[in-house]
Design a protein. Structure first.
Length: 608
């Protein structure tokens, strides 16, 4: 687990860097907690969603949850501290009363080494989605109640009888018909014209038309109509009637009726629930369907949703195949869990439509119905935009880690190079002052060697300290002397340490040539390179100078070449003090640090 110091550094970077802007632009509530659940950072969406006091720095995130859900919040933080991600949905109380439902993801924030240093909490308001689900459940309860009522009516039908006598212009109502009217004598008679007053005007005209047609044709009829009862309340009746004939003349109508007020009320309740569900779905940006697995059909929540249904024409025979292959195993496991526990199915997954990837949040629940095909109520929401914001956050966090890694690498590299440079300066100083020289001579030699080292460093800076050209190194080192020299052979690429060593070697050979060798009286120097058999050979050969004899004691230059350069390159250095001119041969194995320069010709030459 990361230390508190690491957590604070990450918090400061988030507060100052691009991650804060990404968090602030997120439509979801975003918080950063320490491993004790204490708020360290919250964006404005979190303050709006949870309340400013609940997300102020130092507040306990656990306290905003009710006791039954607080355990899930603690489990999420503990899992994030262990490097895992948890998700849960739970309600919180609104300041104005009522509940707000949140879908919350708890995941770890990691340092550059991948260790958890804090907890990232993302909460999304899914109140409309949950309310829509509850409305769907209410709809199913109402539908179930309606079915129970209809079954009870089918089992115990109690009809009221009535008869309309055209000769006497009266209507007699008996039994359940009197109860439906809530008043009047059990076998009382009503004036036939007055009996139509219980109906609405448009219904009365429609019923009178049915009676006249029945008298002409002899056909029976049926109607449902609203009535005004004797006690002033409104109700609904369903009536069946047929004409009465005597000697071919229609003398009346007789029939039976039942009170369907409860049936109509149930139907209206279902319709209201459907309208509320549709409105909630529209407000939440959801699509609501019913899947019938046995009939392999997809039913829209309303006739207006037919267009949405057509988008899923490829759903069968296996609905899972529309899910992105990367998410299929997870979706299948969540569905199996929901079926096994008889709980709701909730899952986010990717689908592809018209060549584009989209993220879907899906909530589904099996509808248990006896002797009916197995059905599932499904609500889906397009969360592509939300996922895009999450991806931007993750990308920004990745860029942050890369930035920190680059900074550390640069600091380590700078520290390494400074140490190497100081070691080189120290070695030059010690070797220069080690001989029995006058102070001013030692000073001049030390300055010359520092200038040679500086020239090499300038060349490395030019190439961003990645590598250097040996031919360019020779030219930079020998140009200030103004004497005759020639370079022949392929160019070599040197890593920074090799460049420093060979730069100092060339400088020492040039200094020796001026004081004791070919350049003392107008001679010439040839530098040749060759690469063969996995070996690099560099030869410095002087000619045209005074006669050469081996030195009586080894100086700094000889020690640098035979000890320092040979050790650094992992090769050997041979000094040949031939009478006609000094020859220095440096041989070392090829490697990534010492190699033939790309695209270089074996016959390249440089003469000065």
């Amino acid at each position: 687990m990361a230390s508190s110091g690491g957590t604070l550094r990450s918090m400061e970077f988030v507060a100052e860097g691009g991650v804060r802007r990404a968090f602030e632009n997120s439509p979801d509530g975003v918080l950063i907690l320490d491993f004790a659940g204490i708020v360290q950072f919250a964006n404005s969406a979190a303050a709006t969603l949870l309340g400013a006091d609940a997300v102020r720095p130092g507040a306990s995130w656990f306290l905003q949850w009710a006791a039954p859900d607080r355990a899930a919040a603690r489990v999420g933080v503990e899992a994030a501290a262990g490097g895992e991600t948890r998700r849960f949905s739970a309600p919180i109380a609104k300041s104005a009363g009522g509940l707000r439902y949140l879908d919350t993801v708890v995941s770890p924030l990691r340092d550059e080494a991948g260790a958890p240093i804090a907890v990232l909490v993302t909460s999304r308001d899914v109140t409309e989605l949950e309310e829509a689900r509850l409305a769907a459940e209410a709809r199913e309860r109402v539908a179930s109640h309606e079915a129970s009522v209809l079954r009870a009516v089918a089992d115990m039908v109690y009809l009221g009888s009535w008869e309309m006598d055209f000769r006497r212009n009266v209507t007699r109502v008996a039994g359940a018909g009197v109860q439906a009217m809530r008043g009047g004598p059990e076998h009382g008679e009503l004036d036939s014209e007055a009996s139509f007053e219980m109906f609405r005007a448009e219904d009365a005209a429609r019923i009178q038309g049915m009676i006249e047609r029945a008298c002409r044709t002899g056909e029976s009829f049926r109607y449902d109509a609203q009535i005004k009862r004797h006690d002033g309340t409104l109700g609904w009746v369903r009536e069946f009637g047929e004409p009465i004939y005597e000697e071919g003349v229609c003398v009346g109508i007789r029939g039976a009726g039942m009170d369907i007020s409860d049936e109509v009320a149930s139907r209206e309740a279902v319709e209201r629930a459907e309208r509320r569900l549709k409105l909630a779905a529209q407000l939440a940006g959801m699509e609501v369907f019913e899947l019938d697995f046995d009939r392999q059909s997809l039913l829209p929540s309303s006739p207006q949703a037919d267009e949405d249904v057509s988008r899923y024409s490829d759903l069968w025979p296996n609905p899972l195949h529309i899910v992105d292959p990367r998410d299929q195993a997870r979706v299948r496991a969540e569905w199996e869990r929901a079926v096994a526990t008889q709980g709701p199915f909730r899952c986010e997954f990717r689908i592809h439509r018209e060549g584009e990837e989209a993220w879907i949040y899906c909530v589904a629940e099996v509808v248990p119905e006896e002797e009916q095909p197995r059905r599932v109520v499904v609500a889906t929401m397009d969360i592509t935009e939300r996922k895009r914001h999450e991806l931007e956050i993750l990308q920004t966090m990745g860029q942050m880690r890369e930035h920190e890694a680059r900074q550390k690498l640069l600091l380590d590299e700078l520290n390494h190079r400074v140490k190497n440079t100081l070691a080189s300066v120290q070695s030059v100083a010690v070797q220069t002052l080690a001989g029995a020289r006058e102070l001013h001579e030692a000073r001049d030699l030390f300055i010359e060697r520092l200038m040679a080292l500086s020239s090499t460093h300038d060349l490395l800076v030019k190439h961003a300290w990645t590598s250097a050209s040996f031919r360019e190194l020779v030219e930079v080192t020998l140009r200030p002397y103004g004497n005759d020299w020639r370079y022949a052979g392929p160019d070599l690429r040197l890593d920074p340490n090799y460049a420093v060593s060979l730069g100092m070697a060339v400088h020492e050979l040039a200094t020796n040539a001026i004081k004791h060798g070919a350049w003392r009286n107008g001679g010439h120097v040839d530098i040749t390179t060759a690469v063969e058999g996995g070996q690099v050979r560099i030869v410095w050969r002087e000619s045209g100078g005074p006669p050469v004899s081996p030195p009586t004691r080894g100086g700094f230059g000889a020690r640098l070449l035979q000890r320092g350069v040979a050790a650094e390159l992992g090769g050997k250095v041979v000094l040949d003090y031939a009478p006609d001119g000094l020859a220095c041969t440096i041989q070392a194995p090829t490697s990534a640090r010492l190699r033939l320069a790309p695209h270089d010709s074996e016959k390249s030459r440089l003469t000065v």
